[in-house]
Design a protein around this ligand. Structure first.
Ligand code: ATP
Length: 252
């Protein structure tokens, strides 16, 4: 069973093709890191997959009604400004109500706990730091309690401990075998080390094209670091997983 299927998905802008003929499937149990340099097309691909922007080809999510889509997929966009001075608890509960559940559904308390926000529950969401607000919005997406979660750069702006906790939470969701049918996560990110350690599969975009797709160790080769990212990395395998530290820029 697939939680998302993209078939020759293509997005055209005036003079560019930010997503160019991308086909892939996402299966339950997968935590997929979507990686690529700035402007590679990661956000555009996620938005086209959701049906938020016009695209050629097919995405299995795009034809769904808003209500059906809200039960199938939660989406955390890259922009994370919170404009309303509602409480953290209320904002996170919007994840549950988005799919027709009560605001006190257990998924809300679970999401607050997962993101370490239980103590913030009654605080106005606007009276939090940028990183805390980011965690609130991740919690809202988790509270939606969907089989598929698409998240665009969720760890940007988080401190190192919160980055690790967030990646662990995303991986734990994908590993969850209690939910009937299973769950999967697609997360765009720039930290290749965290991507390698916490994701089961990496998809690399370069100028809109899918140029690599597979297990992290097979994808993050020295040659690909140079050709796609223009970097040379120090790579060490540790008992806790691989470590990739960008060391220098190189000519692709
Ligand atoms: N509304 C738009 N109109 C025209 N071009 C756009 C628009 N939005 C994005 N683009 C272009 O599409 C390309 C892909 O952008 P996108 O935001 O998907 O990249 P990204 O991989 O998410 O980048 P980043 O890592 O910087 O967030 C870029 O060249 C960008 O300039």
């Amino acid at each position: 069973m697939s939680l998302l299927t993209l078939d020759h998905l293509t997005v055209r802008r005036d003079n560019t093709i930010p997503v160019n003929d991308v086909s892939l499937t996402v299966a339950p149990g997968e935590c997929i890191g979507l990686i690529g340099p700035n402007g590679a097309g990661k956000t555009t691909l996620l938005r086209a997959a959701l049906g938020l922007i016009a695209a050629e080809g097919h995405s299995s999510l795009a034809p769904l009604s808003p209500r059906a889509r809200a039960a199938r997929v939660a989406w955390l966009p890259q922009q994370r400004d919170i404009a309303w001075a509602v409480s953290v608890g209320h904002l996170v509960s919007l994840g549950a109500t988005a799919r027709g559940r009560r605001p006190d559904h257990p998924s809300v308390a679970q999401a607050l706990a997962r993101m370490g926000l239980a103590a913030f529950r009654d605080r106005p969401a606007t009276a939090l730091s940028g990183g805390e607000q980011a965690r609130v919005l991740i919690a809202r997406a988790l509270a939606q309690d969907t089989p598929l979660l698409l998240v665009d750069e969720p760890i940007a702006g988080l401190d190192p401990a919160q980055q690790i906790r967030t990646m662990r939470s995303l991986r734990a969701l994908a590993d969850d075998t209690q939910t009937e049918g299973g769950r999967a996560v697609v997360v765009s990110l720039h930290d290749l080390g965290l991507a390698a350690r916490h994701c089961t599969r990496l998809i690399v975009l370069q100028q809109g094209r899918l140029v690599a797709d597979g297990p992290p160790a097979a994808v993050l080769t020295e040659a690909r670091m140079a050709s796609v990212f223009g970097i040379a990395c120090h790579h060490v395998d540790t008992p806790d997983g691989p470590v990739f530290q960008p060391m220098a820029t190189v000519e692709p």
